[in-house]
Design a protein around this ligand. Structure first.
Ligand SMILES: [Zn+2]
Length: 596
């Protein structure tokens, strides 16, 4: 094997063919510098890379190029990277450094997005080198929504899933919504490999608890390849054959002490097509030598998040990992969360299907104690952070936003599709009781894309709320509009649970002479419950159907289901009292029916 010193000299030689470095280094002859003198060379900033354009750091002839990748930064300007066949092979080896130990018996489901981004391809090369099989089940595409990925995993006996950590959390939540026990239903699954997002130790352990298998973390980027991989002892070892990772102080860029936090500067020793020298990737890391029981010699790396996610309150500096660790120290850990920077602290939005186990005061105290700053807590309404309907339907996965800094224009990434934006804002208006504004936003969405079933169903929901709140004249005026929107939603997508729910409400609330039918309504609500919409309100509506049908035993059972989910539900409690008083059926009578 070549010495690192020799590989470094070869890199310096290669840089003389890269337009970016020809310009940066001018007529300085750097090819005789040793690795210890790396600090004498200039840093490469992200901005420079973007300004240099797609070909700016291409250091090989186009005929040697095997693949091109791009990643989008916050500015929307892409950072480019080029790969020769040898680079891809090297990238595969970098992934194989991982303690998961890929082998020919493995069937690896790759959930990383395949379009433009790198990890899917490196994992693919790693699997091929190890003789393992691959199931390409890309994220961010309508071809492989969450339920289909779960079905593939089960049917094919997938042994390893590789993807963003968020995908592992969302797959677990989808499985739960579909009534599956993930620890039992995937007996062949033996490990998960995650990359592409910050995964602190507490988040990693949370995902291990969700799935009941070991989780291996990988750290890299599109511009560099995979820089560090987790071994079987949970240590992130730097792949030192291929990378030099320096840790620099924020001001002045002097090296920090081993093990101290600093900003990463990555030098790609072996990358042929688009080599990088001291690439300042704006990540906060610490690096120190370690003697690990696994026998790997590479230094240990800890990733603390991106510089742009760092929040300061006076002397207190909070990195992405500090915030993430605090969130994942909660019991239960949330299914979805977002931290919003405020002038004097952090506001947390949290969502968990086990939220009954949280107290607002307990959660607030816990987060505030861990972070050392004032904390505000809001338990997010259904659909605000996590749309569980979308998970169980054929909706593609999306890019999450965890930390929202002061001055970020919009709460989410810029809306590529205005319909999603209008629907999101309309939903919040519905929750806030601003029904006319919700109707306007949903109306815009249906006008912009008349083929969007969800938009029609939501518009129907807005009409429903206006009808409830309005006088008789308004009811007569709005009812046909509500019926029209429900019919449109069902004509486009008969399986959409939310459209079925609206239809159930219509059948329940319309008098029999005008087409109402409580029995058909009950069927619609049972459909919703079987398809992931089993919140307290649906159970209360189902109970109302049974009351109209004169079946008080079923009505009570449905109310009990509602109260299990939301013990303080006003209407459920009130009806329960009335029914339990009037009926001979006691609340402990009978079992919940199978088809519910
Ligand atoms: Zn190790």
């Amino acid at each position: 094997m070549k010495s690192r010193e020799r590989v470094f000299r070869e890199l310096l030689e290669r840089l003389t063919k890269s337009p970016l470095y020809i310009e940066k280094l001018g007529n300085r002859n750097v090819t005789r510098l040793s690795l210890a003198q790396i600090g004498l060379l200039p840093l490469t900033r992200k901005e420079e890379l973007r300004r240099a354009g797609s070909f700016g750091h291409l250091a090989v002839d186009m005929r040697e190029v095997a693949q091109y990748h791009e990643s989008f930064g916050t500015t929307g300007e892409p950072s480019a990277s080029w790969f020769t066949s040898k680079d891809l092979k090297t990238g595969g080896k970098q992934m194989r450094e991982c303690g998961v130990g890929l082998n020919p018996d493995d069937l690896v489901l790759i959930r990383f997005p395949y379009a433009m981004s790198l990890p899917a391809f490196l994992m693919q090369h790693a699997a091929r080198q190890a003789g393992a099989g691959v199931v390409p089940a890309s994220g961010r595409t309508p071809v492989t929504p969450y339920p289909r990925v779960l079905e593939l995993m089960r049917r094919l006996g997938v042994t390893i899933v590789a993807g963003l950590p968020r995908e592992m959390e969302l797959l677990a939540e989808t499985a739960r919504l579909l009534g599956s026990d993930i620890k039992k239903d995937y007996p062949d699954l033996r490990a998960l490999c995650v990359a592409g997002e910050l995964t602190g130790e507490l988040r990693r352990q949370h995902i291990e608890r969700l799935w009941g298998v070991p989780v291996f973390n990988l750290y890299g980027s599109t511009e560099t390849g995979n820089i560090a991989a987790m071994c079987e002892h949970g240590i992130m070892h730097i792949v030192e054959k291929d990378f030099v990772v320096e840790t620099l102080a924020e001001d002045g860029f002097a090296p920090v002490d081993p093990g101290a936090k600093g900003f990463a500067a990555i030098t790609t020793l072996t990358h042929e097509a688009s080599p990088l020298l001291r690439y300042f990737n704006e990540d906060v890391v610490s690096v120190e030598a370690c003697a690990c029981a696994c026998g790997r010699t590479g230094s240990k790396l800890v990733h603390y998040g991106r510089a742009k996610d760092r929040i300061r309150f006076g002397e207190i500096v909070l990195d992405g990992k500090d915030i993430q660790d605090a969130v994942y120290s909660l019991v239960p850990a949330p299914d979805a969360w977002k931290a919003v920077e405020q002038a004097d602290g952090i506001r947390f939005l949290l969502d968990s299907h086990r939220r009954k186990e949280w107290s607002e005061e307990g959660v607030r105290a816990r987060l505030s104690e861990r972070l050392g700053v004032p904390v505000d807590v809001e338990f997010a309404a259904e659909g605000m952070l996590l749309d569980r309907d979308e998970l169980v339907r054929n909706a593609p996965s999306k890019k999450p936003v965890y930390i929202q800094r002061n001055g970020d224009a919009a709460p989410d990434a810029p809306a590529a599709n205005p319909v999603r934006d209008w629907l999101g804002r309309g939903r919040r208006k519905l929750i806030d009781g601003r029904f006319s504004e919700a109707r306007r936003l949903f109306g815009q969405a249906t006008a912009f894309d008349p083929s969007d079933a969800e938009a029609h169903a939501l518009l129907a929901a807005a009409y429903g709320r206006l009808i409830e709140a309005g006088n008789m004249l308004e009811k007569i005026k709005l009812l046909p509009q509500l019926e029209k929107e429900i019919a449109a939603a069902l004509a486009i997508d008969q399986k959409l649970p939310f459209a079925r729910r609206m239809n159930g409400a219509r059948l329940l609330n319309t008098p029999g002479t005008l087409g109402g039918d409580p029995s058909a309504a009950a069927e619609e609500f049972r459909y919703c419950i079987a398809h992931g919409q089993a919140d307290a309100d649906v159970w209360v509506s189902l109970s109302e159907c049974y009351m109209k049908l004169g079946d008080s035993r079923q009505a009570i059972e449905s109310l009990r289901q509602a109260l299990d989910r939301s013990p303080k539900h006003v209407r459920a409690n009130e009806w329960m009292r009335q029914l339990a008083g009037n009926s001979e059926a006691s609340p402990s009578d009978g079992e919940v029916r199978e088809d519910q």
